[in-house]
Design a protein. Structure first.
Length: 77
């Protein structure tokens, strides 16, 4: 099992819409608003790093309102 932390820049005015859509993605196990350089952080879990990439590419980056993401990965202890 691997985890990913996805840091997101959200287009101004779309924060609540993006948050609500992300909260419905089954792979997102935690979701928190941020103040500062990034607007949201999502914790995702998957079987392997390839799955993390697919989740970020196909399920997260496809949500309208997300301008940019940065993903940090690691193995779950």
């Amino acid at each position: 099992m691997v985890i990913g932390f996805v840091l997101m820049h959200i287009i101004a005015g779309h924060e609540y819409e993006v948050y609500n859509k992300l909260s419905k993605v089954p792979d997102v196990v935690e979701l928190h608003p941020l103040f500062g350089e990034y607007d949201l952080i999502a914790k995702i879990e998957a079987n392997d790093f390839e799955d993390i990439g697919n989740i970020v590419t196909n399920k997260i980056n496809s949500i309208y309102g997300i301008a940019h993401t940065e993903t940090l990965t690691g193995k779950k202890p």
